[in-house]
Design a protein around this ligand. Structure first.
Ligand SMILES: *[C@@H]1O[C@H](CO)[C@@H](O)[C@H](O)[C@H]1NC(C)=O
Ligand SMILES: *[C@@H]1O[C@H](CO)[C@@H](O)[C@H](O)[C@H]1NC(C)=O
Ligand SMILES: *[C@@H]1O[C@H](CO)[C@@H](O)[C@H](O)[C@H]1NC(C)=O
Ligand SMILES: *[C@@H]1O[C@H](CO)[C@@H](O)[C@H](O)[C@H]1NC(C)=O
Ligand SMILES: *[C@@H]1O[C@H](CO)[C@@H](O)[C@H](O)[C@H]1NC(C)=O
Ligand SMILES: *[C@@H]1O[C@H](CO)[C@@H](O)[C@H](O)[C@H]1NC(C)=O
Ligand SMILES: *[C@@H]1O[C@H](CO)[C@@H](O)[C@H](O)[C@H]1NC(C)=O
Length: 500
């Protein structure tokens, strides 16, 4: 394909892109949506170009040789070898999203090349040859690539629609030998060098995109939280391209690893656009409240919502003496005995995203036991309706939170120690929850939930907005400081592997 044709091809990119774009949303939706805004696309573009340039150079072009017929001299054999592009500078670049994909354009690029030259010719008297090196300057290089990004069986498929490289100007400067004499001769090779640069750079870009596609295909479908729960990060449907942003939908529910129990969480209202002035950040990660319900469901089903409490900061709360005035009957029957509380959550906690956080409702049973000669004697059981709220926070690249107890209501289920003053019992149990259970839960919450963020990136300047059953993180993204052990092992163009 000639340079002109390629130039036309890249001109067509713009025409395609300038169509009025209407995002379509008729597909299945996930519980987490991930939007890369125009600011995020800029960031990705710069990163991608930086990676592309460093993976292209040094680029060795094939040797060019040719016999040129020169009047009076005859056939001159010229060989240009060791042609190497060793530097590329990009003046400006931009990224556009279109109906079905992304266009990346780098323009005003320059490239520096070096090469060796030699020529030889034979006269009837003697053979003549000479050689030297040369520097080549390529200017006004335009590189354009349009990419399609589609969902494919839970992963993303990236493919090249168009890829073109166009060189506007080239200058060759020979050094060594009788270079002044042969400069004109070498200029005859300009066209060939230009097409070698154009063809080989386009090919390198296609190769880079294929590598990127391979990495996308090999992204894991789960991110483990621990050995109890994993986040299903399967992509759902196709990415939605709108004016300068891309939105991905991810299943986003937590599940027990390798166990796909049918979840009751598969119905939800659609994720309508958030009706407020969104902060201008690179990415927007939106989590439906069912994401939080799913994690509580997994832990509930794995029997992780039971605690036997036999130690508290105020140990008198766990001795019948401490309950003397609360339940006199208990003290009378078991004077000065240690006690144990078995708190057992009776149904998966209900999580709702409200303005400014998450409200949590937990129904649990507390069995009060008395320690009698190494035996636990259950003496009463109380049902608790616990209302708590959680303030979310970003911890590097995870979503952490702090739970605060708001209100506890206690009901008597059964008792072997007569009637209880429920408002007093409620106050004591509330204190125990606050001093023992809530700090324990917070310790776990501070480990954070994984977010579907590519490996090697962290969030910064994050803002969390919770509204309409959705918690949305608006954030900028930065490349994590890489530790020596987590470096790239090969020349992968993009540090993505999704591992937590
Ligand atoms: C090719 O060129 C580079 C620098 O221009 C030089 O270091 C290298 O030795 C050359 N290779 C050959 C095989 O001439
Ligand atoms: C590339 O060539 C330009 C123009 O000759 C020069 O200014 C620039 O320093 C060169 N860059 C490198 C890295 O050699
Ligand atoms: C590089 O360019 C030359 C000349 O246009 C062409 O013959 C060769 O196939 C190209 N190589 C690649 C890898 O594209
Ligand atoms: C796309 O967004 C840019 C600014 O971000 C705006 O200038 C342009 O008009 C928008 N185009 C459409 C089709 O909405
Ligand atoms: C993960 O999510 C995908 C897409 O919604 C779904 O098809 C798949 O069944 C889920 N995997 C498990 C193990 O639940
Ligand atoms: C705690 O109570 C639950 C439900 O009442 C029961 O299944 C569990 O065995 C009890 N645990 C202990 C250690 O008593
Ligand atoms: C969330 O919890 C707080 C504190 O208990 C309460 O004031 C608020 O009404 C709750 N919001 C919703 C929507 O239930």
């Amino acid at each position: 394909m000639g340079s002109f044709t390629k130039f036309m091809a890249s001109a067509i990119f713009f025409i395609v892109l300038s169509f009025f774009l209407v995002p379509t949303r008729t597909q299945e939706e996930g519980f987490i949506s991930f939007v890369i805004s125009s600011k995020g696309l800029e960031f990705s573009k710069d990163l991608l170009i930086e990676q592309a340039v460093s993976s292209i150079i040094p680029l060795q072009l094939p040797q060019i040789e040719k016999s040129v017929k020169i009047p009076l001299v005859g056939q001159v054999h010229v060989v240009l070898s060791n042609i190497t592009i060793y530097n590329v500078d990009i003046a400006s670049s931009y990224v556009e999203t279109g109906d079905s994909g992304i266009a990346l354009i780098a323009s005003g690029a320059t490239a520096n090349l070096s090469m060796d030259w030699c020529y030889s010719y034979s006269t009837w008297l003697f053979d003549i040859s000479d050689h030297g090196d040369a520097s080549i300057q390529v200017e006004g290089m335009e590189v354009g690539v349009t990419l399609a990004l589609n969902g494919q069986e839970g992963t993303l498929k990236l493919s090249v629609l168009e890829c073109g490289c166009y060189v506007k100007d080239i200058s060759i400067k020979l050094d060594g030998g009788a270079s002044w004499l042969y400069q004109g001769l070498v200029d005859a090779f300009e066209g060939q060098i230009v097409s070698a640069v154009e063809d080989n750079i386009s090919k390198k870009i296609r190769e880079g995109i294929m590598k990127l596609d391979f990495l996308l295909q090999s992204l894991p479908k789960q991110i483990a939280l621990d050995d109890i729960a994993a986040l299903n990060v399967t992509f759902v449907g196709n990415p939605v391209f709108s004016n300068s942003s891309i939105e991905f939908q991810i299943n986003g529910l937590f599940m027990a690893p390798n166990d796909d129990f049918a979840s009751s969480l598969y119905n939800k209202g659609s994720l309508d656009p958030v009706p407020f002035n969104a902060p201008a950040k690179m990415v927007e990660i939106s989590l439906h409240e069912n994401v939080f319900s799913s994690v509580s469901l997994v832990f509930f089903k794995a029997n992780y919502m039971q605690w036997v409490i036999n130690k508290t900061p105020d140990q008198s709360l766990l001795n019948t003496a401490g309950w003397k005035y609360i339940v006199p009957q208990l003290y009378k029957q078991y004077p000065n005995e240690d006690m144990e509380l078995n708190i057992s959550v009776s149904s998966p906690p209900i999580m709702t995203v409200v303005n400014n956080g998450i409200n949590i409702t937990v129904y649990s049973d507390v069995t009060i036991g008395v320690m009698d000669a190494d035996e636990v004697i259950p003496v009463a059981c109380i049902s608790l309706e616990i209302h708590a709220s959680c303030s979310p926070d970003i911890l590097i690249n995870k979503l952490a939170g702090t739970v605060k107890l708001n209100h506890v209501t206690a009901y008597l289920k059964w008792s072997k120690i007569g009637n209880l003053h429920m408002h007093l019992v409620q106050a004591v149990l509330s204190t125990i929850l606050k001093t023992v259970v809530v700090p324990y839960v917070n310790l776990h919450l501070w480990k954070g939930l994984p977010l579907p963020l590519p490996h090697g990136f962290t969030l910064h300047n994050s803002e969390i907005v919770s509204i309409n059953s959705r918690l949305t993180i608006f954030s900028d993204v930065a490349i994590a400081e890489r530790s020596p052990t987590s470096g790239q092992e090969d020349g992968t163009p993009w540090p993505v592997d999704g591992k937590p």
